[in-house]
Design a protein around this ligand. Sequence first.
Ligand SMILES: Nc1nc2c(ncn2[C@@H]2O[C@H](COP(=O)(O)OP(=O)(O)OP(=O)(O)O)[C@@H](O)[C@H]2O)c(=O)[nH]1
Ligand SMILES: Nc1nc2c(ncn2[C@@H]2O[C@H](COP(=O)(O)OP(=O)(O)OP(=O)(O)O)[C@@H](O)[C@H]2O)c(=O)[nH]1
Ligand SMILES: [Mg+2]
Ligand SMILES: [Mg+2]
Lengths: 290, 260
Amino acid sequence: GLSQRLQGIIGKLRGRGHLSEADIKDALKEIKLALLEADVNYKVVKDFVATLQQRCQGSEIMNSLTPGQQVIKIVRDELTNLLGKDADTLSFSKGQSTFMLVGLQGSGKTTTTVKLARMLKTKGKKPLVISLDTYRPAAIDQLAIAAEAAGIPCYRPPGTTPVELAKKALAWAEDSEHDIVFFDTAGRMHLDDALMEELQKLKELIKPAEIILVLDAMTGQDAVNIAEGFADRGLVDSFILTKLDSDTRGGAALSVRAVTGKPIKYIGLGEKTEELEQFHPDRMASQILG
Amino acid sequence: VFESGARDYELLEELLLLADVGPAVAGEIISRVKEKKPKDIITALKDEVVQILSLESADKPVKIFVGINGSGKTTSLGKLCHRYVSEGKALFVIGTDTFRAAADMQLEEWCLRTGVPYYIGKPGSDPAAAIFDGLNSTAAKNVNIILCDTAGRLHSNKNLMEELNKILRVSNKVRPDQVEVLLVLDAAIGQNAMEQMDIFQQAVQPSGIILTKLDGTARGGVAIALAAKYHIPIKYIGVGEGLEDLLPFSPQDYVDSLFP
Ligand SMILES: Nc1nc2c(ncn2[C@@H]2O[C@H](COP(=O)(O)OP(=O)(O)OP(=O)(O)O)[C@@H](O)[C@H]2O)c(=O)[nH]1
Ligand SMILES: Nc1nc2c(ncn2[C@@H]2O[C@H](COP(=O)(O)OP(=O)(O)OP(=O)(O)O)[C@@H](O)[C@H]2O)c(=O)[nH]1
Ligand SMILES: [Mg+2]
Ligand SMILES: [Mg+2]
């Protein structure tokens, strides 16, 4: 991984006991390459490397007896800081909290909706899940079947449009015993104005405590466009990264965090409903560095 | 004059990177173009990429759709049904995703929409048995084309990759020399697609790629790296969620959209 590569470059300079400008430059080049290979967005990489350059001019590096290890430590620390703080949970409001899961087609929203509900059920909450996806064939069935298998109540309101379903569902849920309501929405492109406006309309109606953008962890350079596309319309408060059980480096995590400042709260580690875990910035940093 | 050239190359390499071509392949493409010392850098770059993407491959009657979870396999199969039906072909569909919730219902709806007969394995049943039964059914005889859906899976899951290999072996037994595998790839995917292809190549030797979700901002540039390394052609592209949103791949059109 990057650690070995940096050890390799900087290790060669052991005899010197200090680093030159050129050595720092070589190390930064290697870091830039590693981050690009890890799918961190090109512009985010540039900014990150510029920050590193500042820190690498300091005496901690220039006078260090183990400059290679120092550089790696700085990279890891900066990356971890950027990725946000540990153990951030969902923001609950008093009484009944509603949440919306949004994102691109196939990112894992429906699966994650049930995962979140199951997780909260084990913590003593009474979650309800509702699908607003009137577009994808059998989408509503998918949520209902997955929820039933996990012992999670799923309400299927009557109606043919997402707004219609949301209105009916809110009215029904209001009188129910559920303290948490998750709304699963249809996948959409941030480029699709009509569908993005529909999402804004749903937000005004539902007034969610939090809108969670569900993103495939294998996403490449486009992660920044997706995050900005949703953030610019006020349609993301936090992220969940799915399919991290793949061996992907997951640079999209750094990209979306750097560009929106919103926290990554959970990660999906498989198709089963228990395969959802807390996001840990230090672990993600190690994964990105490879 | 050389000054502006260097800046051009830098900008073009940046464009390739932003399209997910990846640093190694982007660098290689730019060096090859530089060596030619072209007058028109952009055209030379486009030609270089078109060359990489211009690949032929087999067209077998039994097509198995494979790929990562959520990449667009089921939807692409449905769209391809629509295309073949409108070309007057006789089709049959086999569903082997017996794992995911409502996978059977989703595929069934596409078959009903496009008027194609089908055999879909029951939830919980063995996928290899489903393809065996489907291929041996009476309805599968006397058709031009058989499209087979499989469950999404990660290349990092050994058991699921072995399951896929078994599905292919069973298909080859029932229909020797008539089977090809299509890898369905999401255009937004990053460099992990290289690892994916490495594993999928070993397990089922895909002969073509369907690149989906090109109607977003993603450009699917990793497919260029895949073409360069594995010489696997992109056969179709997905540009939306509707029946008509599947187009035959044209290297020139694709390259023109990369460098507008
Ligand atoms: N391996 C793995 N698969 C996942 C994970 N999360 C979701 N999936 C799978 O990814 C595929 C897509 O998941 P869905 O929940 O249908 O995605 P979606 O965002 O609701 O899709 P649309 O509604 O069509 O936009 C399914 O095959 C899921 O089982 C994960 O963390 N790991
Ligand atoms: N915008 C857009 N969406 C697409 C395209 N192709 C597929 N989709 C959508 O992507 C989502 C996932 O598609 P599926 O066909 O269920 O993907 P899959 O690979 O079969 O998923 P699994 O079986 O769960 O692994 C659905 O919401 C599709 O409508 C495309 O070309 N453009
Ligand atoms: Mg869904
Ligand atoms: Mg499918």
